[in-house]
Structure formats: C-alpha cells, structure tokens
Design a protein around this ligand. Sequence first.
Ligand code: RTP
Ligand code: MG
Length: 156
Amino acid sequence: MANAGVQRTLALIKPDAVNRAAEIEKVITEEGFTIVERRQVTLSQADAETFYAEHKGKPFFETLIEYMTSGDVIAFILSGDDAVARWRQVLGPTKVSVARQEAPSSLRARFGDPGNDSKNGTHGSDSLTSAQREIKFFFPDLTLEAALTGEGAKEY
Ligand code: RTP
Ligand code: MG
C-alpha cells in the first residue's frame, strides 16, 4: 500500500486520564509523533454534544457526554507519517476490556477503566475528514489551512 505521507490528527486525553498526561505524552513522542499544538480545556455540555454529534441517540450518548464534561480534557494536534491511522493503532480498541485482551500495550489498555466502556482515557480522529473537523473544533484560532499544513502553527 502507498505511504499515506505526513498527516495531522486530533488526539485527546479524556478527563479520567488527565492526571496521567505526562506518561501519555511520553508515549506520543516515543511513537514518533510531533506535538504541534496542545491545549487543556473544559468542555461544556453543548461542546461535548457537538464533538460527539455522530453518536446522538445511541444508548451510551448521555454517559459519554457526562464523562467528557466531568473534568478537563487535553487536546493535541499530532503530526507524523500516516498519523490518523497510526494514532488509532496506538490507542487500541474502543473498549478497555477488549484492549486489555487484544492489545495490552495500547493506551486504552494501559490508561482506560476496564470497568466502564466509556472511560477509555484517550481519543483519536477516525479519518482525515474527522481530523480536519476536530482540529478546527479544538483550535478554532488556527485557519484550517494552517492547521493542516503547519503554516503559522507553533513549532515545539
Ligand atoms: P473516540 O471517538 O472517543 O476516539 O472512540 P472510538 O472512535 O474508538 O469509538 P466511538 O464508537 O466513536 O465511541 C466514542 C466514545 O464513546 C464511548 N463509548 N461508550 N458504553 C459503551 O458501550 C460505549 N461505546 C462507546 C467511548 O468513550 C468511545 O471512545
Ligand atoms: Mg470515534
């Protein structure tokens, strides 16, 4: 398969894992991603509902919104080769119990709550289209072009 090239993706540390942000950031850099932007924010109910609009009406939606507004989240723009798919790979399966079985070294296996299918500690955009939308959502001050190309973005 052709190399996807350098991409940007949106990563989140969810509220229950924010107290372990340093360990998660270490994994981010060890896996070869560059942190282009980082921002700690508290999501309002409306923010969380907008971010997860695709899940409105699903049985876990209310629990998910409650979880995502229960404390700060940390948002990152990550840059790297094939970043969208590769960051999803680093996350592991959505459910922590499954992640612990199938990908014990993944972030969700290590930092999620195995007793709760919502509290999986971390997020990553599931496609380039989602990445564009989610980067714009968390970093509205960057123009979309800057967010994608790095022009005008801070270098760390
Ligand atoms: P995310 O969007 O957070 O990166 O997770 P994902 O793509 O792997 O999974 P998705 O299907 O988009 O689900 C979004 C988030 O909702 C919570 N969830 N709870 N109780 C449940 O059965 C359940 N299923 C999903 C998780 O926090 C999941 O990450
Ligand atoms: Mg998702």
